[in-house]
Design a protein around this ligand. Structure first.
Ligand code: GCW
Length: 663
């Protein structure tokens, strides 16, 4: 080859490389941390550790000093520009790490980094992910593949550590709350130790879910009665074994006497007896017990009443290292629920909220539903300062993109950011996530496109509520997989509180669950002012109307429409919004890499079809009770009810719904 030809072919190669870097496909595996290693290593001095390594690798600015400073709040940090340097100060390694990620976030979102005077501290000391991962690698309500902890891959664990640390998450429960006794076998503990060792550099402690009957089923004892000395001894020995392996082990998460899981009530003891016994053996090691309030039995006339009924008698009776972990709503992670009244009823008990990041009831990993607005809604009722901690049920699996849907990563991100600071707005969080995940500071995406996709995120939760369960409807999902609509589902032999008719109570007079003082009196569990508000059909907010009332089909709504017409319009609005989301995304094609663009587009198409499926199935079914026409001024169903009732979702494994509704 002549010199000239060599030069030309080099140029061609260079250009090819350059163009694929500019438009190159991305698989989403880097999450929001799409930082490229810095070309030259910046001068980072001071405390050595993960903060220093991260900055040395990714920081593209001037010199940084990492400084330990006594007396600062746990995990808090300051970042100050001083004499040409940036000084990050914190009392410990975790604070320095959070400060480092703060700085990297500024860099990645293109913000000025030269005159900084930042001071941060988290709202909660405990910011914890709950993984519902099973020992065989499946993930309950997981839609992103298998458990990342099955065969923990070091590179993946490192990325998991970095991602969590970058948003302030500092704890992880490694296994499902439906826990197998084997979770505490020596073999499992050794595995947990391996994971703990990999996550420690990122300030993350590990916790385990336990099976309350472990002393019997693993230890061979005759009982698991928390008042029996040999049971207490079994737990003490087990806990000692754990702390020998994992000196900074966080503690236990417990689902007891719920949905068939064993608990202290099986031995004639109370939740307080059970929780306090475990708290006692963990206390010398500074471990905690997170005891879940998600308990209900099939006999009750209103499942929404039960957490208060079961837990109020024990308010003030739990040990100080027990935290009661309460789902945000009184039933179960529905698209919209009022807040769980236990949060305002309990006065002398440490509480934490459990949000569900994985979209069990929100379209799995197929629908774009940004959850920050839903969580912020919870905080408009429950004061953040009344809580001790925050937990989120993870949406993470071994899929290349971690969460199954590129936009589901935003929910992991938002959970961490809100656990750090629950008063951040949904918009702020979405904007910074989008900037890091999709748009580089100097890219050429038109501002209008950026604003539109931000608006899609912000509207997505309400849209999903509209096309699935507007106006306070809840739990009208298909049995088991909870993906599509099945408001008619009521097979013989299934307990009533697992079937939709228990919740919607559709009949010739109207729709909804009467939880007023004349009904199940659930309203009484709320503070007086809210009780009055919810109890009266004319003052009850319409977005929870059928949650609290059996609403007559002709009830006059604020819009002037009758309830039936309003319901129809809500469903239809939801469908139109879902289609609009797709249109907004399509306009982004020139500005997003091909792989992620295509993957998101495919999911948005599923979402738009599913929205139609929801609308048609629910309206046609409820119409058999309302006997009223679909209003003329909206789109009419394009399916038939029989077709909808016969339709079975085509998924071999319901925990991984590959596709939504298609004919
Ligand atoms: O929402 C229900 C889920 C179960 C889950 C349970 C719980 C882990 O359908 O899959 O079990 O709640 O939170 O314990």
């Amino acid at each position: 080859m002549t010199k000239k030809r060599i030069l030309i072919s080099m140029l061609v190669l260079l250009l090819a490389g350059w163009s694929s870097a500019a438009t190159g496909d991305e698989d989403g595996s880097r999450l929001w941390l799409r930082l490229d290693p810095a070309a030259t290593t910046a001068t980072i001095t001071g405390v050595k550790g993960t903060a220093m390594t991260e900055l040395q690798t990714y920081w593209q600015g001037g010199p940084i000093v990492l400084k330990r400073q006594k007396g600062m709040p746990q995990d808090g940090y300051t970042i100050k520009s001083q004499g040409g340097k940036t000084v990050i100060a914190a009392s410990g390694d975790a604070g320095l790490l959070y400060g480092a990620y703060h700085l990297l976030r500024l860099q990645q979102t293109g913000q000025p980094c030269d005159a900084l005077d930042i001071s941060e501290q988290p709202a909660y000391d405990l910011r914890i992910l709950n993984h519902w991962d099973n020992p065989n690698g499946t993930v309950e309500r997981g839609f992103a593949g298998k458990s990342i902890f099955l065969n923990p891959d070091p590179a993946r664990m490192q990325m998991y550590g970095r991602a969590n640390a970058s948003i302030g998450i500092n704890g992880t429960v490694l296994n499902n709350v439906n826990a197998k006794p084997e979770a505490l076998s020596t073999e499992s503990l050794l595995k947990a130790k391996g994971i703990a060792d990999q996550l420690r550099p990122y300030g993350i402690r590990v916790y385990l879910s336990i099976n309350f009957a472990s002393p019997m089923r693993l230890g061979g004892l005759k009982t698991a009665d928390p008042m029996e000395a040999d049971v207490v001894k079994w737990w003490r020995d087990k806990v000692d074994e754990i702390y020998k392996l994992i000196p900074d082990f966080g503690g236990f998460l417990v689902k007891a006497n719920s949905e068939g899981e064993p608990g202290p009530q099986d031995f004639g003891r109370t939740h307080a007896d059970g929780a306090n016994m475990l708290a006692g053996v963990l206390r010398p090691h500074k471990g905690i017990v997170m005891w879940r309030a998600f308990v209900y039995n099939p006999q009750s006339s209103d499942r929404a009443n039960q957490a208060c009924e079961e837990f109020m008698p024990f308010d003030g009776k739990f040990a100080d290292n027990v935290i009661i972990q309460i789902k945000n709503g009184p039933v179960d992670f529905q698209p919209r629920e009022p807040y769980s009244p236990l949060f305002t009823a309990m006065k002398q008990t440490a509480m934490m909220v459990e949000f569900q990041i994985t979209q069990e009831y929100l379209g799995a990993a197929n629908h774009l539903v940004y959850l920050a607005p839903m969580w912020r809604e919870f905080f408009s009722f429950v004061k953040p300062s009344s809580l001790r901690a925050m937990a989120g049920v993870a949406n993470i699996g071994d899929n290349v993109n971690w969460c199954g849907h590129h936009f589901a990563q935003a929910n992991w991100y938002a959970f961490g950011r809100l656990a750090w600071n629950p008063s951040l707005t949904s918009g702020q969080i979405a904007e910074e996530w989008l900037a890091q995940t999709f748009f580089a500071p100097n890219d050429n995406t038109p501002q209008a496109c950026k604003t539109q996709i931000l608006d899609v995120m912000l509207a997505s939760h309400e849209a999903c509520v509209s096309y699935m369960m507007p106006l306070g409807l809840h739990h009208i999902f298909a049995g088991n997989h909870h993906y599509g609509p099945e408001p008619w589902y009521k097979p013989a032999g299934v307990r009533a509180d697992w079937t939709p008719p228990y919740y919607h109570k559709a009949d010739a007079t109207g729709l909804g669950f009467d939880r007023t003082l004349k009904g199940s009196a659930n309203v009484r569990q709320y503070p007086d002012e809210l009780c009055r508000l919810y109890n009266d059909i004319n003052t009850c907010p319409e977005n929870v109307l059928t949650w609290f009332h059996h609403v007559p089909w002709d009830h006059k709504m604020k819009s002037g429409r009758i309830f039936w017409d309003e319901l129809c319009h809500k469903y239809d609005d939801g469908v139109h919004q879902a289609r609009h989301f797709l249109a907004v995304w399509d306009a982004l094609q020139p500005y997003v890499d091909g792989q992620r663009f295509g993957e998101v587009q495919r999911k948005l198409r599923i979402q738009a079809r599913d929205a139609e499926w929801w609308r048609d199935a629910c309206l046609l079914y409820f119409q058999t009770f309302s006997k009223r026409p679909i209003p003329q001024d909206m789109e009419h169903p394009v399916h038939n009810l029989d077709e909808m009732m016969q339709f079975r979702i085509r998924i071999s494994n319901y925990e991984n719904p590959a596709c939504g509704y298609t004919k």
